[in-house]
Design a protein around this ligand. Sequence first.
Ligand code: SF4
Length: 300
Amino acid sequence: MRVTQAGFVPSQPHDKIRNIIASPLSPELWPLVDALDAALLATDATAGLSGRTLFGIDAGDGAIISQEPDFAARKVGDRYQLVLGGAPQHVTVSESDVPEVLAFAAAWWQAHRGDAWRLHETPEDISLILADIAEAFAVDKLDELPAVPETTAAPIGWIDNDHGRVTLGAGLRFGFFPAAVAAMLATLGAETTITPWASLVIHDLDESHAEAAIKALAPLGLIFDADSPWLRITACTGLPGCAKSKSHTHDDAVALMNSDNIPDGLVHFSGCDRRCGHPRVAHTEYLAVAEGEYLITHQR
Ligand code: SF4
């Protein structure tokens, strides 16, 4: 109720599908995110999409494409390349058309998706969507697909901006965002972005405020050290939060962090073979078989 009163649910029917991610170090994308949100809200058909549908705006850095959004646009020069079903396409549109084009594509797919939840499950639809977009909007064709940088790491630590301003990236332990951290950020008054990588970005601070923020937030568990094992060891909910789990995954992950046996690269603890929250890239998987006992495999 308080969330609704605060204005975070402008349309109950659309509430589960307003999943929009944008490159977290690019505040200049925020107006485009707002415009896309408005376009989705203004389109009745999009309310019927699966709650797993993911929309994105990529600044060109590949951060959002790495999350394989269903309907997205990536900045390429002064235009935006369409990304459908997680795959960049040979089509660009103007910035002003991005919100309407993505809402149009999503509404098209809602009318045709049947039981599919994600666009990549019906790849044959992508060329049909692009053909109808070309009929309705001014599009340009790309002869070649621009290279996409591989970017899956959260921005962490002190990031100098122009004019002496600072952006801070901070990891969240096991993805938890404690209320004490939220209260401290409210006191700080800086714009804050939650990223798809269990981390925060705190924008546009002067140096003294950035130093004060680190001093206040690090003791509350936020991670500002890019080499911290907390950034590469993740765990599903586990016991006691999930009844399916065979072990206390968080406790076991912390025990590994405090040992001398941490494998290289990313590590994920799963309490059962659903492997909730596992990384989408190569990692070492600890799959619980009993309390404190794991099957260890390498996943790609
Ligand atoms: S992986 Fe299994 S145990 Fe872990 S949160 Fe998911 S369902 Fe629960």
